[in-house]
Design a protein around this ligand. Structure first.
Ligand code: BV8
Length: 229
């Protein structure tokens, strides 16, 4: 009888997609078109200038479509499909590189560039390549189309499922995140409190490195396959 499969929860951030050519927030100092991310990625920013926010997300949707999954995305998918352990992938990223690298059931806690949302009626539909504020909602026709993204001040998706998985985890691994955005930045503590071992794989020390049982520094395309294989 093999040992009980480990319950593993992995949290990824912008750093896992960096080597696929998608800039991280820190690399751009959180600046975009002279706007701070916190000003653009908020409901207030969208209300103030929906065309600017759509330009921001249209550019990121195009960059994500042009990017390809890297060895780190593929290694996580290998671990998941090998079936030796139960692996839940939670990502803060809004790109689809985990899925295109073969991962399944990825929880996008900050939403996804692939999704569109009607701010008036809540209808969701697959996002077109480029979106504009006056795009009518396919359900209620209101011109209040927005990206299906969780902005600062909004409630992240899948939280109940994530907290449940952290309570049951044997191992929590954080990959490519600076640990500056909550509630994701509290996941290592949540998992440790429930008895999980915690591991951080990141290019450089993060705000949370001291909290982990083990923190390894290096590029994700080297550290993640080395951990998985
Ligand atoms: C919420 C979508 C309540 C948009 C994003 C004061 C104190 C504490 C908290 C708060 C506070 N004031 C406000 C808050 C709450 C706020 C928050 O945390 N603010 C921060 C700024 C303090 N949080 C919220 O508002 C959240 N909502 O709290 O609601 C609630 C909570 C629970 C339950 C119910 C209700 C919503 C936050 C979501 C915001 N949306 N994204 C978009 O993407 O455009 S956040 C956005 O920034 C990203 O999604 C990402 O999550 C975050 C950036 O973080 P990272 O992914 O870590 O990226 P970063 O560039 O920072 O770091 C990259 C790392 O990779 C670096 O460490 C680097 O070293 C490493 N790296 C680079 N290259 C490589 C690499 N690693 C490996 N290999 C490489 N090659």
């Amino acid at each position: 009888m093999g040992a009980r499969p480990q319950q593993i929860v992995v949290l990824t951030g912008a750093g896992i997609s960096a080597e696929s050519g998608i800039p991280t927030f820190r690399a751009s100092d959180g600046l975009w078109e002279q706007h701070r991310i916190e000003d653009v990625a908020t409901p207030e920013g969208f209300a103030r200038d929906p065309a600017l926010v759509h330009r921001f997300y249209n550019a990121r949707r195009a960059a994500a479509a042009a990017a390809v999954p890297n060895a780190a995305h593929k290694a996580l998918a290998r671990l998941q499909t090998a079936g030796r352990h139960d692996l839940l992938i939670v990502t803060q990223n809004v790109d689809d590189l985990h899925e295109r690298g073969g991962a399944r059931d990825v929880l996008h806690m900050h939403g996804s560039l692939a999704g569109a949302l009607c701010a008036a009626c809540g209808q969701r539909w697959p996002a077109p390549a480029a979106m504009a504020p006056e795009d009518p909602c396919p359900a209620c026709s209101a011109p209040e189309t927005r990206p299906d993204i969780v902005w600062f001040g909004e409630i992240p998706y899948h939280m109940d499922r994530i907290w449940q998985a952290l309570r049951e985890a044997d191992l929590f691994v954080s990959i490519g995140t600076s640990g500056q955005v909550y509630p994701a930045a509290a996941f290592a503590q949540d998992a440790a409190r429930a008895g999980a071992r915690t591991l951080e794989l990141n290019l450089d020390p993060s705000a949370l490195s001291a909290e982990f049982d083990e923190a390894r520094q290096g590029p994700a395309t080297r550290l993640v396959p080395a951990w998985v294989d």
